[in-house]
Design a protein around this ligand. Structure first.
Ligand code: MG
Length: 379
């Protein structure tokens, strides 16, 4: 039995995690739940169903409303301190972090310091603080378990093989809704267009990031840290069907891929039951639906996000945090209809050019760089 703390339970990954736990009651138990507070009714329903020993609502002003809707003995808390308390719960074996944005960073480090394995769904953790997080995990002897479908796939394909046997890691990308859109039409792209993802049903921010391919850029940096590999061995290939979740190309020319229908329950389950493979209620393989698997190389002229990500990852230090923060601000502006679609990467590019990288930065320096990038992007 693995005892799981889930940070970010009402989001898309959180809800899939609850299904995984429900599917494997002899294997997994939720001992802690945290949510932002945007959907108190749903969070209260989850607490009343799973009966964790502790739960935390990030927005402190939602605590009394939550208290009035929760019955049972769950200990309730709020705010960043509440998150840290959950992340370090003595009875937890693994902490799954699926909080959107930077709020998951300190709980991730706290969980590692408390000797917990962390399952990472929030990209910001490794993008912003990959060096600090992986160094701390090594020192404490805990695992960083990738939940993101691409990294989970690479992890399954690598199966413990050493880095010198790897030629390239290949992240697959659906290409998003504008894979075939001519560059000349990019200025006319609306929010509604950008929210139409061809294969995955995810949150709003990540769907926009998929449309710009910033999401794949963030994943390149994430892969660099998760698998301790140089940026120039992290590649991207477009695969519109999202059946192959990623591949490893070994030095002998062999390519290993991981395939399954796009459903986040599988990577979440693999991370939580690792090293075991466990039978579940997911649908069996349907080769009729996999009849055509296509590939194409990304068009860097129409999608400069990948180049910006590679540059950021190569510069290292505070730069990936700046890349991430500038993108967040630009996406917010695009969502509000204040900037055009190409201005998302134009903004990120400008902020990156203005940034002076600080190498081997401690967490406070990274957070300061993140803050600087937000102000710079807003200008
Ligand atoms: Mg992904």
């Amino acid at each position: 039995m693995k005892r799981v703390v889930l940070l970010g339970s009402t989001g898309s990954i959180g809800q899939s995690t609850l299904k995984v736990v429900e599917d494997l009651p002899d294997r997994l138990r939720l001992v802690g739940l945290a949510a932002g507070g945007g959907n108190v009714d749903e969070f209260a329903r989850q607490i009343n169903t799973c009966k964790p020993s502790a739960a935390c609502v990030f927005k402190s002003d939602k605590l009394s409303e939550l208290r009035s809707k929760v019955n049972g003995a769950t200990r309730l808390s709020s705010g960043p301190e509440g998150l840290i308390e959950l992340a370090t719960m003595p009875e937890a074996d693994v902490v799954l972090i699926a909080i959107v944005g930077t709020a998951g960073l300190r709980p991730a480090l706290a969980a590692i310091e408390a000797g917990k394995d962390i399952a990472v769904a929030s990209k910001e953790i490794l993008v912003m603080a990959g060096e600090a997080v992986t160094t701390a995990a090594k020192r404490k002897g805990v695992r960083i378990l990738p939940v993101d479908s691409e990294h989970n796939a690479i992890w399954q394909c690598l199966d413990g093989k050493p880095n010198h046997e790897v030629r390239n890691l290949w992240l697959t990308a659906s290409g998003g809704p504008f894979r075939k859109t001519p560059k000349a039409d990019f200025d006319k792209i609306t929010l509604a267009d950008a929210l139409k993802h061809p294969t995955w049903n995810m949150g709003g921010k990540i769907t926009i990031d998929s449309a710009t391919m910033m999401n794949k850029g963030l994943e390149m940096i994430e892969a660099r840290w998760l698998f301790d590999i140089e940026m120039n061995r992290v590649q991207v290939v477009i695969h519109p069907q999202s059946i192959i979740h990623s591949l490893v190309e070994f030095v002998d020319g062999s390519l290993l891929a991981q395939l399954c229908e796009p459903n986040m329950r599988l990577p979440i389950q693999f991370a939580l039951t690792y090293p075991d493979r466990v039978a579940n209620t997911l649908p069996e393989a349907d080769f009729n639906r996999m009849a055509s698997l296509q590939f194409e190389m990304p068009d860097h002229d129409r999608f400069p996000a990948l180049r910006l990500a590679r540059e950021s990852g190569e510069r290292g230090g505070t730069t990936p945090a700046v890349f991430n923060a500038a993108n967040e601000i630009a996406v917010e502006r695009f969502v509000k209809g204040e900037i055009r679609f190409p201005q998302i990467w134009e903004t990120v590019g400008r902020v990156l050019s203005a940034h002076k990288t600080i190498e081997h930065a401690p967490l406070d320096t990274i957070i300061a760089a993140d803050q600087w990038a937000r102000e710079e992007a807003a200008k």
